[in-house]
Design a protein around this ligand. Structure first.
Ligand code: GLA
Length: 390
């Protein structure tokens, strides 16, 4: 109903003579989507710009057969690189004919038939970060095209635009703040009438977390993640202080998972734990046509995913952080509390944390014990121990 209401308001505003579609903030939850953080997969971390129809179909199949879909990972997201180098003679975006010979709608049908949803990528500037046509000035047409293809999720990047736009000469509109350029695509997506998650990829610039909740369903908090512990740690540290801005329908996005892409098994586990404590979107970034059983087992840990997807939607805050030893706590909808002891240093160390009294479940080992208010654990280097206390 909320979605229909907003849709009506946008359509009416567009029809009234002389009126403009609102470009300011809407309420958090304006499109009723992403009540919990989106879960899925995106090709960019594993393939860069080298995305194809075959890759998307094979990945969709793998998401079903591996159990990832049933664990909650439902979005199959095409990143940059799907587009032809120019728009067609009518000004429409089009898929690269070699990479997507059947077009995007056919891929959407394939993905939908498997109980999954399809995401696509564009940019709030003249070009995408990969140098392909951007959507600035084409928002209404591009949103309609995406909706017509059956798209369920749009990741919207921020290259070739913005006040700092100096990569190329900046024509009218290009230098507008991200807030204005993202509002244009948000309104265009809403006006299509199709439920489409809006993922804002502006890398934490312009203090996006402070204002983003009425603009999109998730917003990047940092630059691009790399498949290294140092990158993952830095992004965690830049994001954890923004917890107050995350909540149902609008989430801090510390970028896609690098699990399976070269970090150690401990570091892979740590990323899923930290991202779940942050109430972050869980967008897998590894090659699922070739993922190891260990990677798949890690990604499908239902107890950890339940923390990420907790319907209360409160991201963790830092209870203590001395010399690289973090205690994070996150209240959960049923009254339980998630407590994470994270040793970010290179040496095994004992970490002590206050907890409520009750039953303590280690969500990675499954071990159950009781706590009377304090928990101590020896935590290996780069490891997180994650408890649910209730
Ligand atoms: C930017 C984004 C990445 C990816 C690339 C594609 O760097 O932050 O996530 O989408 O563009 O070109």
């Amino acid at each position: 109903m909320r979605f229909v209401g907003v849709l009506l308001a946008v359509v009416l505003a567009a029809l009234l003579p002389g009126s403009q579609v609102a470009s300011g903030s809407l309420d958090r939850g304006y499109n009723g989507l992403a009540a919990t953080p989106p879960m899925g997969w995106n090709d960019y971390n594993a393939y860069g710009l080298d995305v194809t129809d075959t890759l998307i179909r094979e990945t969709a199949d793998a998401m079903v057969s591996s159990g990832l879909r049933d664990a909650g990972y439902v979005y199959v997201n095409i990143d940059d690189g799907w587009q032809a180098t120019t728009r067609d003679s009518a000004g429409n975006l089009r898929a690269d004919p070699a990479r997507f010979p059947s077009g995007i709608a056919a891929v959407a049908d394939y993905v939908h038939a498997r109980g999954l949803k399809l995401g696509i990528y564009s940019d709030a500037g003249l070009k995408t970060c990969g140098g392909l046509p951007g959507s600035l000035g084409h928002e209404t047409a591009d949103a309609r095209l995406f909706a017509g293809w059956g798209i369920d999720y749009v990741k919207y990047d921020n290259c070739y635009a913005g006040p700092g736009c100096d990569q190329i000469a900046c024509p009218d509109g290009t230098a507008a703040p991200a807030q204005d350029r993202y509002a244009r695509m948000r309104d265009a997506l809403v006006a299509t009438g199709r439920p489409i998650v809006f993922s804002m990829s502006s890398w934490g610039t312009e203090d996006v977390a402070r204002w983003a909740a009425g603009y999109g369903n998730l917003w990047r908090t940092t630059g691009d993640i790399q498949p290294t512990y140092a990158s993952m740690l830095s992004i965690f540290q830049q994001t954890v202080g923004l917890s107050r801005y995350a909540g149902p329908y609008g989430w801090n996005d510390p970028d896609m998972l690098q699990i399976g892409n070269g970090m150690s098994a401990t570091e892979d586990r740590t990323e899923l734990t930290l991202w779940s404590m942050l109430a972050a979107p869980l967008i897998i970034g590894t090659d699922l046509t070739d993922a190891t059983p260990a990677t798949l087992a890690l990604l499908t840990n239902a107890a950890v995913i339940a923390v990420d997807q907790d319907p209360l939607g409160r991201a963790a805050t830092v209870a203590s952080a001395s010399t690289g030893l973090y205690v994070l706590t996150r209240p959960l909808a049923n009254g339980d509390v998630a407590v994470a002891l994270f040793n970010s240093t290179g040496t095994a160390t004992t970490i002590t944390a206050d907890t409520p009294s009750g039953t303590l479940t280690d969500l990675w080992t499954g071990a159950v014990s009781a706590t009377t208010g304090t928990v101590r654990a020896t935590v290996p280097a780069h490891e997180v121990v994650l408890y649910r206390v209730g």
